[in-house]
Design a protein around this ligand. Structure first.
Ligand code: DQA
Length: 155
């Protein structure tokens, strides 16, 4: 049997996530962004994904990266938009064009925090949503996306 082709997984980080390691560890843990990316890459490789990572603190830059993903295609996307989660309709409109299955991941449990954090403007676009599980939440999202793609492939 031929080996399964490696699939492309985009890992997108929004505003302030480059400051992981300096942000409140009670919510965001102690890993830095490079640590987190290395962890996700390892989990994803075990599930047959090659990961491409992107971080920006600029909303328009993230929108343009998503346009690129829409044009070039991808097999799956994980996004943690940071605070943009709660109000960026521009980000939502861009993500709406992504055909690949989307996972929304938050390190902290946004549902149990301040009122303004409880709402996600991208929630209904995500096939997979994980919050409050720290870095392991990303591994859970990878596994859920891999299972979803495998189910689709069997159809
Ligand atoms: C976050 C939660 C957001 O409310 C916050 O603005 C972040 C990170 C998380 O991963 O828990 O920057 O998305």
């Amino acid at each position: 049997m031929a080996a399964a082709a490696v699939k492309t997984l985009w890992l997108l980080h929004g505003v302030n996530l480059d400051m992981l390691g300096r942000r409140d560890p009670a919510h965001y843990g102690v890993l830095t962004l490079p640590d987190l990316e290395a962890y996700v890459c390892a989990c994803a490789a075990a599930r047959g994904f090659a990961v491409r990572c992107y971080h920006t603190n600029h909303e328009g830059a993230l929108v343009e990266k998503i346009h690129e993903i829409v044009r070039d295609g991808a097999d799956a996307v994980i996004v943690n938009p940071g605070a943009w989660t709660h109000y960026s309709y521009a980000l939502r409109d861009a993500l709406e064009m992504v055909e690949a299955p989307l996972a929304e991941v938050h390190l902290s449990a946004i549902e149990g925090r301040e009122e303004w954090r409880r709402h996600s403007v991208i929630a209904d676009l995500a096939a997979v949503r994980v919050s409050g599980r720290g870095p392991e939440g990303y591994a859970e999202a990878v596994a859920a996306l891999a299972d979803l793609i495998a189910r689709e492939d069997r159809r």
